[in-house]
Design a protein around this ligand. Sequence first.
Ligand code: GLP
Length: 264
Amino acid sequence: MEIVICPKSETAEWLTAKLISDRMKSKPDITLGLATGRTMEHVYAKLIAEKDDFSRVKTFNLDEYIGLDREHPQSYWRYMIEKLFAHVNIDLSNVHVPDGCAEDVKEASKQYELAIKNAGGIDVQLLGIGRTGHIGFNEPQSSFASRTRDKVLTQTTREQNKSMFEGDLDAVPERAITMGVGTILEARELILLATGKEKAKIIAQALEGPISSMVSASAVQIHPLCKIILDEDAASELTQADYHRRSFAIDPEWDAYRDLVMKS
Ligand code: GLP
């Protein structure tokens, strides 16, 4: 686990976009795992500005609300089209978002897993983190071995996401279809981005607390290639922050990014 603490949220978003862009340059037919949420909007805006070639890129989104069809303004399909896909040369037949309106959710989940497998697995999985410590919509006590399936959302998550539904809690779906923690852990590389003070406590629990299904994001601790990109606010409750700052200043892996991050 490598933790990078950026001076500002904008730098953290830029670094995340840059890492993805660089992975795309070295593997033009890369399979990306994508995330949604307010944090990622800024990443996608910066990724669009990189003007990369998406023509051979395949994508798999983490999750979708159950009951919202693709055209629903708050569906994650629509989010992805608006925030990223409409602005790049991606072939929409290479795009995968779980089907929130599938008649048979179990079967749709099985097919989603199969599609990931047939694509050769996910090269890089982008992750945000919810207030409950969820990655995707893996709410507390999701098994670390879980696969794509439906999940009931906690009230905390529904409250957190209601701003995207014009503040109307009743409009926020009760359930979602999400990749499992086990599915996520199989990606070859994970990049988790968190910004802002409201993420500080859960980030400290996920990264420095015990590995526990009570905090799904703590599963990243057992992934062999995982980068955590934070701003100062999100990192503010980490006890090991100074070590991570020093490591970023010295580790040759960050040579190409260091100046831009530090000068921002
Ligand atoms: C939703 C998504 C998560 C995302 C989280 C964080 O709940 N299912 O994948 O990480 O939002 O959202 P935000 O970036 O808006 O804080």
